[in-house]
Design a protein around this ligand. Structure first.
Ligand SMILES: Nc1nc2c(ncn2[C@@H]2O[C@H](COP(=O)(O)OP(=O)(O)OP(=O)(O)O)[C@@H](O)[C@H]2O)c(=O)[nH]1
Ligand SMILES: [Mg+2]
Length: 367
């Protein structure tokens, strides 16, 4: 064999070895890039356990990866900014950078200032001299602040015999009806019998939209004529659900702007009626579109005043660079974020998980 042939054989051997060795990394890198399976990919699941009426509704546990993909755009902005801060020793520009990063992720002025004030105290107390540690302490502080009870109530407090009603409220187009469909799908899969109330009598197509979701998850829909009083539709649905011994009523309402007093009064009436025998309001869930940003806060204030909101559903987090609004809503208004919408399909709903959220938002975990 000539020297050239020997060199060629050795070169082929070296290249083949390098390529084979790299394969697992290539595979892992591909997995990391592509993230979790898309939400619509069917996955084999074991049958869910039957739900007892007094149990909080079971969580569909979100993995950090689910949140990470949902918050991808928030993460890119906030995390990239924090990464450049982490490489420096903390000085005033570090603090400015942190402020900019939090404001950019829509945490809001008030919450950002309060958070950084607490972080300054922590940094002084713990003698933090490294910007990376500071970012870590920020994650820890945010995680500690997100300590609300997020369980969804299967029955109304102190109204055990009554048929529980979950009322969905919010401004136009935020995803109320879609969320009812997703929640109905989840509860039906858990073996609960669900009645849906078509309380949006304002928009002509609203009942058809809810009917499609009801058919999909085997729920019964109670509706009224177009323009009917939404309170009476909800009342009819609660009576029908009580008569059939259904487990829960999911009540839709028409979207409304928070500054329209007559419409907010109408909503307060729907809630009062839903809370009368034989029903009891177990959850009033305010649906907020994550892409709305800081306006979500003023919505939350007005709806909480009119309807005694028990929790927030944050929708469209899949398309938002504004994931910080979650933190602002909880910190400023004390309203627990209970559910998160990550897409338009029936499975694109996860329970809000603070650990995954902070990790996904800041790119560092809080431990
Ligand atoms: N990407 C994404 N889209 C969503 C999500 N939730 C709802 N949508 C979409 O948002 C649009 C509005 O949703 P609806 O459920 O009709 O909103 P609504 O609050 O009931 O609207 P009104 O009844 O008109 O006030 C629809 O196109 C939904 O498919 C979500 O979590 N992610
Ligand atoms: Mg609707």
């Amino acid at each position: 064999m000539s020297t050239t042939t020997v060199l060629i054989v050795v070169a082929i051997f070296v290249v083949a070895t390098v390529l084979l060795g790299a394969l697992p990394f290539v595979h892992r890198a591909r997995q990391r890039r592509s993230g979790p399976a898309p939400p619509h990919t069917p996955v084999a699941v074991s049958p869910p356990p039957a739900q007892r009426a007094d149990e909080p509704v079971a969580a569909k546990a979100p993995s950090p990866a689910t949140f990470a993909s949902g918050l991808a755009s928030s993460r890119r902005t906030l995390r990239d900014r924090l990464a450049s801060i982490s490489r420096r020793r903390p000085d005033e520009t570090t603090w400015e950078g942190l402020e900019e990063a939090l404001l950019g992720a829509d945490v809001g002025v008030t919450t950002t200032m309060a958070t950084l004030e607490r972080l300054r105290t922590t940094a002084a107390d713990q003698g933090i001299v490294d910007a990376g540690e500071l970012v870590h302490a920020l994650a820890e502080g945010m995680r500690t602040a997100l300590d609300a009870d997020r369980s969804l109530r299967a029955i109304a407090p102190e109204r055990e015999g009554a048929t529980p009603v979950w009322l969905f409220v919010g401004v136009n187009g935020v995803g109320k009806t879609t969320t009812i469909g997703k929640v109905g799908a989840r509860l039906s899969a858990q073996g609960q019998s669900v009645v849906m109330a078509a309380g949006d009598t304002f928009r002509a197509a609203a009942t058809d939209q809810l009917q499609t979701w009801a058919d999909r998850c085997g729920a019964e829909l109670i509706s009224g004529s177009s323009g009917a009083d939404p309170s009476s539709v909800v009342h009819d649905a609660v009576s029908a659900a009580a008569a059939r011994g259904a487990d829960v009523v999911l009540a839709d309402t028409a979207g409304r702007l928070q500054n329209r007093k007559n419409l907010m009064d109408e909503l307060a009436k729907v809630r009062r009626v839903a809370d009368r025998e034989p029903g009891a309001v177990a959850e009033t869930l305010l649906v907020i579109d994550a892409t709305t940003g800081q306006n979500g806060l003023s919505q939350a204030r007005a709806f909480a005043e009119a309807t005694d909101v028990t929790g927030v559903v944050l929708t469209k987090l899949d398309g938002s660079a504004k994931g910080g609004i979650v933190f602002a809503i909880e910190s400023e208004l004390g309203l627990p974020v209970k559910l998160v919408g990550l897409g338009e399909g029936p499975d694109d709903l996860v329970d809000f998980d603070p650990d995954s959220y902070v990790e996904a938002l800041l790119g560092v975990d809080a431990d």
